[in-house]
Design a protein around this ligand. Structure first.
Ligand code: FAD
Length: 465
């Protein structure tokens, strides 16, 4: 077996577990390096692979929902992690939720008993040499020494350690009969969507923010959060005073809806303008996704959904991602990665999972699948593959690597979960949302199967020969 090519995978989380399995499946030896239990992260509790650090849900199971479609794509690609999730699922309405212990124990056993996978329990503090094909999948809580080495490798300021992100909303769910486009003092293009509030709406919104349920900060986040006074959660701003938000992210001055009339007189304009305005900024060039500016928050997700829908124009908002404030190590993927998940400056080094700036369990598994498959191809001297952006897997990897033609990252790069806003338009617009999502799904599965047959039959043929 010593003549077989080999790959190193660092981190046996969701991404690393899938990557290691796919590499072995292609007949390539893997060294899987996991620091637990020698050293633990602040959120993990066991030494099992693919431990779910928080919820036991992989999101909606139905393939006409974004996470369900990504799960389905992974099923078709023979993902071990999704297969194991299916085997250990528990009743959870429309969601794929698992018995977390059985799920992780089963994966640990499968990998540990595979003769092509050698498990090493230790912390890796430096990236392996350039010659070694390596997948880095050390997650949002990458150990400090490795994060430092990664920072040196990628270049300063190209590694984020804290994620203070505002919610992202699907553009088409914003009610433009209430909200209006425009920029402050009409400077530049009308780049923002503005949601105007009167005094009564503002005060009710402030009350709701103050009383909404907060997520409990983990100890490791309490320390980190102290350093970010400049980026306070919106509920904290609300708490600091009745008008604090109106002097910050909800500032109304210079924002005028043309539907309020052509008023020139300054005093009259002041009287007629909104009492407060929440602004949304484009997350991508096409304006499919919009970021609620300055709304980083520690509110629980269900509370965000209720409270933020009180903003006029957002009553039917469809959230692609909720606001978060927690420690989260991720690289500046749009500058660093190719859609194959190889680093541009070292093509034998690949990255997968949350560290690449995807968000969520299923997206981590998807990154692991692609990075693992491509690592195996590279180790065999073959060309790595990429998936078309019409598939959810391809859409995510094109987005994070900044290669999606009409989905370029517009604002600061922030982690992105699977969502339909990432997919290119259909040839014809389908008005009904459900029908549209089904059409996205059908196109995605067809294109995935074509790519799979074209490139991967060959990989697996060679592995068994
Ligand atoms: C506190 C928290 C809660 C979250 N909750 C959810 C949730 O409920 N739902 C959801 O969809 N997403 C959640 N996420 C986001 C994310 O999807 C998960 O963290 C997911 O597990 C990411 O998978 P991963 O494989 O990239 O990283 P992980 O699953 O974290 O795996 C990384 C692995 O690398 C190991 N490692 C780290 N450094 C080293 C090193 N130097 N050497 C060797 N091994 C190392 C770690 O021990 C770990 O096993 C959460 C994230 C955090 C931080």
């Amino acid at each position: 077996m010593s003549h077989l090519p080999s790959v190193v995978v660092i981190g046996a989380g969701l991404a690393g577990t899938e990557a290691a399995w796919q590499i072995a499946r292609a007949g390539v030896k893997v060294k899987l390096i996991e620091m637990r239990p020698i050293k633990s992260s602040p959120a993990h509790h066991t030494s099992d692979f693919a431990e779910l650090v928080c919820s036991n849900s992989f999101g909606a199971r139905c393939s006409d929902r974004a996470s369900g479609l990504l799960q389905e794509e992974l099923r078709q690609l023979k993902s071990l992690v999704i297969k194991t999730a299916d085997e250990h699922s528990v009743p959870a309405g429309g969601a794929l939720a698992v018995d977390r212990s059985q799920f992780s124990e089963s994966l640990t056993k499968r990998l540990s008993s595979n003769s092509l996978i050698q498990v090493e329990r230790r912390e890796l503090s430096q990236l392996p040499t350039e010659q070694q094909v390596t997948v880095i999948s050390t997650g949002p809580l990458t150990s400090e020494s490795l994060a430092e080495d990664l920072k040196i490798f990628t270049g300063l300021n190209e590694c984020h350690f804290f994620d203070a992100a505002s919610p992202i909303i699907e553009g088409e769910s914003i009610d433009l009969s209430i909200a209006f486009r425009g920029s402050r003092y009409d400077k530049g293009d009308a780049d923002y969507i503005n949601c105007p509030m009167n005094k009564k709406q503002y005060l009710a919104f402030r009350d709701a923010l103050i009383t909404a349920e907060q997520a409990e900060l983990k100890d490791f986040d309490k320390n980190t959060a102290k350093y970010f006074e400049g980026c306070l959660p919106i509920e904290e701003l609300a708490r600091r005073g009745e008008d604090t938000m109106r002097y910050g992210p909800l500032k109304p001055i210079g924002l005028w809806d043309p539907r309020w009339g052509d008023v020139k007189d300054k005093a009259l304009r002041r009287e007629k303008r909104a009492y407060a305005v929440a602004q949304l900024r484009k997350e991508d060039l096409n304006g499919r996704l919009w970021n609620l500016v300055g709304f980083q928050t520690n509110l629980k997700w269900h509370a965000q959904k209720t409270v933020l829908k009180m903003i006029p124009g957002l009553q039917d908002a469809s959230f692609v991602r909720f606001g978060v404030m927690h420690r989260n190590t991720f690289i500046e993927s749009p500058q660093l990665l190719l859609p194959t998940l190889q680093f541009k400056k070292r093509i034998k080094l690949l990255a997968a999972g949350q560290i690449t700036g995807t968000e969520g369990y299923v997206a981590a598994v998807a990154g692991g699948w692609l990075a693992g498959t491509n690592a195996a191809l590279l180790a065999k001297g073959q060309k790595p593959i990429e998936f078309p952006p019409t598939t959810m897997l391809g859409a995510l990897t094109h987005f994070i690597s900044g290669s999606a033609k009409d989905m370029k990252v517009k604002t600061n790069f922030q982690p992105m979960p699977a969502n339909f806003g990432l997919l290119p338009d259909l040839p014809e617009r389908i008005k009904n949302k459900r029908d549209r999502y089904c059409a996205y799904r059908d196109r995605a599965i067809k294109d995935l199967q074509e790519t799979n047959q074209k490139h991967l039959g060959q990989l697996l043929e060679k592995s068994t020969s």
